[in-house]
Design a protein around this ligand. Structure first.
Ligand SMILES: NC(=O)c1ccc[n+]([C@@H]2O[C@H](COP(=O)([O-])OP(=O)(O)OC[C@H]3O[C@@H](n4cnc5c(N)ncnc54)[C@H](OP(=O)(O)O)[C@@H]3O)[C@@H](O)[C@H]2O)c1
Length: 263
């Protein structure tokens, strides 16, 4: 392989990337990495202020656009999809990252909370793939397929879920949906993989990390002894969007500092 081809194996420069929930936490870490690597990035979220502020900050590094909308509602989903289609005809990588969790005692767990977690974490990624298939197919080439990257969780594997029943079920579901879609979409030039993060600082994990004793306990359970960071989340997302991973589909890759290896 000539050195230029080797250097471009991990490149995403010029690619179009859509990251749901890109305004905070893991989605924002990935957005920062893609923008810095020269991709044209679109991020979505409900809170307009946080979304615009992420765009303003990351806009200093490269090209990034906001697509506001509540993905849990048909109108919000449509606004995001139509907003994207109005600007782009090709989508090289769709990162289904937006997610939420809910925890409460088994006897008190509300059906509505169960449904809302399943909707955002599992149904929305499926619907986005459905609605954005033409743009994904338009971006795919024989040499470098289009990508769907679903964000699962170590809780899709582990039963130590601290009353987050619907969250664990949604994450196991997205892992399996990844495999099902990977098999179906390979002939159309679209690769589908999932990342299963362990512990990353975010709004979702802030409640656990702000308690010092609990924070220390969580870190003690991770063989590498630390939470994940921007380079960890962004690095794997870049790899899964680049030529270097063109022969990988249907994989669910733990990004957890060894957490599952110890479980
Ligand atoms: N952090 C971890 O340790 C960890 C571990 C395993 C898996 N994960 C997964 O990683 C993903 C990102 O989570 P995070 O920890 O980074 O949490 P976060 O900081 O709370 O970020 C969640 C993002 O999703 C957006 N979002 C939530 N509901 C939405 C909706 N209905 N419509 C549109 N956007 C919505 C949020 O923006 P708005 O609130 O403004 O809508 C935000 O941008 C999730 O799928 C989560 O399950 C995280």
């Amino acid at each position: 392989m000539d050195p230029q081809a080797a250097a471009s194996l991990f490149s995403v420069a010029g690619k179009v990337v859509l990251i749901t929930g890109g305004s905070s936490g893991i989605g924002r870490m990935m957005a920062e990495t893609f923008v810095s690597a020269g991709a044209r990035v679109y991020i979505t979220a409900r809170d307009r202020v946080r979304l615009d502020s992420a765009c303003a900050e990351l806009g200093r590094l490269g090209e990034i656009h906001a697509l506001p909308g509540d993905l849990a509602t048909p109108e919000g989903l449509e606004a995001v999809v139509e907003g994207f289609k109005g600007r782009e005809s090709r989508l090289h990588a769709l990162v289904n990252n937006a997610g939420l969790t809910w925890g409460s005692a088994l006897e008190k767990f509300p059906a509505r909370a169960f449904d809302s977690v399943i909707a955002v974490n599992l149904r929305v990624p499926f619907e986005l793939v459905q609605k954005l298939l033409p743009e994904l197919q338009a971006a795919a080439t024989a040499e470098d397929p289009a990508r769907v990257i679903n964000i699962g969780s170590v809780y899709g594997f582990s039963s130590q879920v601290m009353n987050a029943y619907s969250y664990a079920a949604s994450k196991a579901g997205i892992h399996q949906l990844t495999r099902v879609l990977a098999a179906e979409l390979a002939p159309r030039g679209i690769l589908v993989n999932a990342i299963a993060p362990g512990l990353f600082p975010s709004r979702m994990t802030a409640f656990a990390l702000k308690d010092e004793a609990r924070h220390a306990r969580l870190l003690a359970g991770i063989p590498l002894g630390r939470a994940g960071d921007t380079a960890d989340a962004g690095g794997l997302a870049l790899f899964l969007s680049s030529r270097a991973s063109a022969y990988i589909t249907g994989a669910v890759i733990p990004l957890d500092g060894g957490l599952l290896a110890r479980a």
